[in-house]
Write a protein that binds this ligand. Structure first.
Ligand SMILES: C[S@@+](CC[C@H](N)C(=O)[O-])C[C@H]1O[C@@H](n2cnc3c(N)ncnc32)[C@H](O)[C@@H]1O
Length: 314
């Protein structure tokens, strides 16, 4: 087996989350234009392609070059599919200008893929020894290593508290600074374990790794940019569909879907009527079934939301 084939096989380790439910709400016109903004192992993309007619079009975006390569192989020769490497924060610039205002649906399946987590060399996993990297794209310049070794104690505390929602962030930040330099994922894990003892240890380790990953990849900022840029290219009735995996990203999605902006302010017209650009396609949030969670544990924290764009008159 060639190295490339091995690479794509490993990407297939990622089991797409809420696959049928997601594609059911996304693809409402078989001859439409769609964007899978988080291509990953092409799990959702393969299902989207199945639902398209001969005139349908799908753009698949990922910032990770390895994911793009694996997805291209998984999809094979398919004239309706176009893979694009880039950050979905710039989604409007990653698709041709003539498609602006014509996109019928965009999917954001947030976070990292199983492949990225399972590859020790990427540094996402606290289960394996690896470098403190955590970049989803080689284009990114800041690594977990530079944050852990160069930030001051107060900035680390703030990061662990805000993005990890970690109660013991002050003590962990102090210990990180005291034990520097830290080179690997297991160095960091040991430091956290020295501070947090007992059954809560693993949860704290996961929270600190999450905080670092969010910062390295600027995940919340890019999500806000991606939702705004995505909304700009939608056709009337076009859909934004998002699967989030933790409360920080879900809050951003929920607020944007409700108000059409990131301040969460619902604007009013002259007569006091609420001006909302989106209508819910799924009421509130849809969760995975118990059966799916039993078969695919990463789905346990998934929240699916979907809205359709209703241009305002005037
Ligand atoms: C959860 S995985 C998607 C899995 C995919 N839906 C599947 O079923 O195979 C998320 C993917 O989105 C990519 N990603 C995350 N943030 C991104 C961003 N801001 N821009 C582009 N790609 C991003 C990651 O590199 C990862 O491959």
């Amino acid at each position: 087996m060639s190295e490339v084939a091995l690479e794509s096989d490993r990407f297939f380790e990622h089991v797409p989350v809420m696959l049928q439910e997601t594609v059911d709400v996304l693809v409402h016109k078989p001859d439409g234009v769609y964007i899978d903004a988080t291509l990953g192992g092409a799990g959702h993309t393969l299902e989207i392609i199945k639902r398209l007619s001969a005139d349908g079009v799908l753009y698949g975006i990922d910032q990770d070059r390895e994911a793009i390569q694996a997805a291209k192989e998984a999809v094979g020769i398919e004239p309706r599919f176009h893979a694009v490497q880039g950050n979905f924060g710039y989604i409007d610039q990653l698709i041709p200008l003539e498609l602006h205002g014509k996109v019928d649906g965009i999917l954001f399946d947030l976070g990292v893929s199983t492949h990225q987590i399972k590859e020790p060399g990427r540094g996402f996993s606290f289960q394996e020894e690896g470098p403190l990297d955590m970049r989803m794209s080689a284009d990114l310049t800041i690594t977990a290593h530079s944050i852990v070794n160069e930030w001051n104690e107060e900035d680390l505390r703030q990061l662990f508290f805000s993005y990890g929602e970690e109660r013991l962030s002050r003590l962990i930040a102090r210990e990180v600074v005291a034990q520097r330099p830290l080179e690997t994922t297991q160095d960091l894990r040991r430091v956290i374990q020295e501070v947090v003892k007992g059954p809560q240890t693993v949860k704290s380790v996961a929270r600190i790794f999450q905080a670092l990953r969010i910062e390295v990849n600027q995940e919340l900022e890019r999500l806000k940019m991606g939702l705004s840029a995505g909304a700009k290219v939608l056709a009337p009735e076009g859909r934004l569909v998002a699967i989030s995996y933790h409360s920080l990203e879900d809050r951003i999605v929920k607020q944007f879907f409700k108000s059409g902006n990131h301040q969460g302010v619902i604007e009013k017209d002259f007569y006091g009527h609420a001006l909302k650009p989106f209508e819910e396609v799924i009421r509130g949030v849809q969760l995975p079934t118990d059966e799916e969670i039993a078969q695919n544990s990463p789905s346990r924290s998934a929240k699916l939301r979907a809205v359709s764009y209703q241009p305002m008159e005037g």
